[in-house]
Design a protein around this ligand. Structure first.
Ligand SMILES: Nc1ncnc2c1ncn2[C@@H]1O[C@H](COP(=O)(O)OP(=O)(O)OP(=O)(O)O)[C@@H](O)[C@H]1O
Ligand SMILES: [Mg+2]
Length: 485
């Protein structure tokens, strides 16, 4: 069968002319609403459908008005001014999003004399997936933005800092007063004593509570990246920095609080720059030569002996004094043993709630064993031990025997908070596995104490790798994996 070749499609010019007239017809059938502006950006013509869409009531004339007066988001004027068409775009009209097309209109002489804007929405079924994808992305973006904002809010309040001992009450009082003031706060205390908890509580009770709370753990971030994390990066600051600027933690915390955790691990090289921000309230992003003003309150924390580090030359004295404006020492648990009972009550409830199970209570000998222990890992360790005991016990009432991970109470040390002697436990032969675990635990704690908590050095002393040490710390419940790095 011979192919039918339309007679008119035999030359280039003819094809183009036909395509053009077909396109005009297609276009005609596609659009939902249409508007035309002149060179001054004033509406010269608009169809009824468009008027209905924007809810224009019939009484007042719309022609002659500036396009933005009628459609505040319109980009038609730019199209007219630049002569560049916008073939597909999404225009938000009230709560609806519509696919639109904008085309410059050329006069006889080839100059732009106006622009045509059309809405392609309803009839173009093919565009619906794009529009719904766009709407989905808008929703996702809003969700992520909200999550990000939530992540910069305080997680704890003062009421969550448990303790009725003199030391605990005084500490809390000091922190409350710090919340009312503006200077830098320095939280000092062993691991697990609640420094992070108090930092959050201080922010939440301060005038900056509505502002962000941003945290940075100086020990968790490789030294090479720390400067950019803290102060931000300007485009092209270093190879791979990209061409966008990135805000540092100081800028993210603007108007709020920056929690500088493990500040004792801040590299000496960065300390002068940190001091400058604290003194001048200005940050200098990496690779930039412009200073940016920031309004940030710093709450710093460390489990290391900062003063000793200053004396040893590993921490700058000027920075130390700048941070030490409002120092707060968090007492270790062994100095406030009378709080153990109250803490256990709260922690057992918390653990049960998180695991969706019934809570446990403590028998007298169970509590005695917990009170007698020295808790080098403080409240965090107490929580871990309780969690472990709860998981391993069949009974809802925890006795001394449910805490095999703790050393046995020596008869003389078995004092309850009032100082009276608690029934001691029979010395017993432990299963070998348990005995080995205890010996390991003790040696690890001694190594950590000897090295001021520096895990790399502790691992060296113990003759194991850092990774092995972390594994053991997690298994023995000395430090929680999530917060320790
Ligand atoms: N006084 C307290 N009352 C109730 N819970 C506490 C208290 N102190 C600490 N905790 C809990 O103990 C855990 C450890 O506390 P936090 O992380 O604040 O310690 P930290 O001093 O920052 O320790 P590290 O130096 O290891 O980072 C958290 O689960 C915290 O909620
Ligand atoms: Mg901490």
């Amino acid at each position: 069968m011979a192919r039918q070749v339309p007679a008119r499609l035999s030359s280039d010019a003819e094809v183009r002319a036909l395509a053009a007239s077909s396109l005009v017809k297609l276009f005609d059938s596609l659009y939902e609403g249409a508007v035309v502006i002149d060179q001054d950006g004033r509406i010269t013509w608009i169809n009824d459908k468009y008027k209905a869409l924007i809810g224009w009531n019939g009484s007042e004339p719309i022609e002659g008005r500036a396009i933005e007066e009628v459609l505040p988001n319109s980009r038609l004027r730019q199209v007219m001014e630049t002569g560049q068409a916008d073939l597909l775009d999404v225009l938000t009209l009230g709560r609806r999003q519509m696919v639109v097309s904008r085309i410059p209109l050329h006069g006889e002489a080839g100059n732009v004399i106006g622009a045509l804007g059309v809405i392609l929405y309803d009839r173009l079924q093919a565009l619906k997936p794009i529009v719904s994808k766009f709407q989905q992305m808008q929703t996702d973006l809003a969700t992520v933005r909200k999550q990000l904002a939530d992540g910069r809010q305080a997680k704890y309040r003062f009421s969550q800092f448990i303790g009725a001992s003199r030391l605990a009450v005084d500490t809390k009082e000091l922190a409350r007063r710090a919340a009312e003031r503006e200077g830098a706060v320095l939280l000092l205390g062993e691991t697990g004593t609640g420094k992070e908890l108090l930092a959050h509580a201080i922010h939440a009770a301060s005038r900056r509570a509505e502002g962000p709370l941003v945290s940075l753990n100086a020990a968790a971030i490789p030294e090479a990246l720390l400067e950019a994390e803290l102060f931000g990066v300007e485009p092209g600051a270093y190879t791979g920095a990209g061409n966008k600027s990135r805000s540092g933690k100081f800028q993210l915390a603007d108007g709020g609080t920056l929690f500088l955790d493990e500040v004792g691990d801040m590299p000496l090289a960065l300390q002068p720059k940190l001091l400058r921000v604290l003194q001048e309230g200005e940050v200098e992003p990496l690779g930039g030569n412009q200073l940016r003003a920031v309004n940030v309150r710093v709450i710093a924390a460390t489990s290391r002996d900062l003063k000793a580090m200053v004396d040893a030359g590993s921490f700058r004295a000027d920075l130390y004094y700048r941070l030490n404006v409002l120092p707060i020492r968090l007492p270790p648990l062994r100095e406030r043993r009378e709080d153990v009972s109250m803490l256990c009550e709260t922690l057992l409830e918390q653990i049960a709630e998180q695991g969706g199970e019934a809570s446990c209570t403590l028998a007298a000998d169970g509590l005695a064993r917990l009170i007698a222990y020295d808790w080098p890992g403080n409240v965090r360790e107490l929580r871990n031990v309780l969690e472990q005991a709860m998981a391993q016990s069949d009974s809802r009432r925890l006795t001394g025997a449910d805490f095999p991970m703790l050393p046995d109470i020596q008869p003389m040390a078995a004092l309850d908070p009032t100082g009276s002697v608690v029934n001691s436990l029979e010395p017993r032969v432990r299963p070998l596995r348990e005995a080995v675990a205890m010996a390991e635990r003790q040696e690890i704690l001694r190594a950590l104490e000897a090295t001021g908590g520096v895990k790399l050095h502790a691992a060296k002393l113990l003759g194991i790798s850092r990774a092995q040490l972390y594994e053991k710390l997690a298994i023995l419940g000395i430090l929680s994996q999530e917060t320790d790095t």
